[in-house]
Design a protein around this ligand. Sequence first.
Ligand code: GSH
Length: 241
Amino acid sequence: MAQRLLHQYEVSPFAAKVRRALRYKGLDFEVRNYRVVDAGKIRKTISPTGKTPVLEADDGLVVDSTAILRHLEERFPTPPILPADPALRAQAHVIEDWADESLFFYDLAMRGWPNNIDWLKRDVLSHDSGFMRWLLYRLLDGFVRKTGQAQGIGRKTPDTVCREVAAHFDAIVALLGDREWLVGDHLTVADIAVASMCTVIERAEEAAALMRERPALLAWRERVDAATFAPGTPAAARATT
Ligand SMILES: N[C@@H](CCC(=O)N[C@@H](CS)C(=O)NCC(=O)O)C(=O)O
């Protein structure tokens, strides 16, 4: 029995961040997958915000992927996922937050487009079944649209969103330059967070095309994947493994 249990929505890129960090640090863990219909139960039992991932370990529950990564780093500092140098550490923190709080909403906007939304709905509802799955499948379009509208990126035209995502991918490539990792000389939370977001946004065909045009981005993503997945994990399984 593993000492750590990760409560998660399986396809969440935030859960992916935590799984990648746990594997990189060589820590064993088990997962408990939740259905969308479990949202109320999650809020009442493990997460005051109602959000997952939540890591349960012998020292309690930690909510939020960023908090979980800091918690892991404190208890299991080797190998490090934060630079020792304070300025580099701050850079890694800011890039992680950008991936979580900005790139995620580009993912949601693009994957909410008519040509992509079926895959998003199948992902989100992969553990729901029966009548509730049938119902949620029909309600999810509206929910994704409303979230995008409220956050703001969902109000932009597809052309604008594609242009901005292209600029974001270019920024990642420029940040890398000829280095292996986004910050400093080893893999950090910045690589983990951005790669986790790339793995889901790639499920929008427009984002996949933009990524294919940037070999340096793909090469870096392969490097991060090699460090944070078990050898032989198929590319198609990386959003949920
Ligand atoms: N800042 C949080 C974001 C987590 C998050 O947004 N999780 C989504 C799944 S992708 C969630 O739990 N949504 C349920 C809800 O909003 O009620 C983190 O880094 O863990």
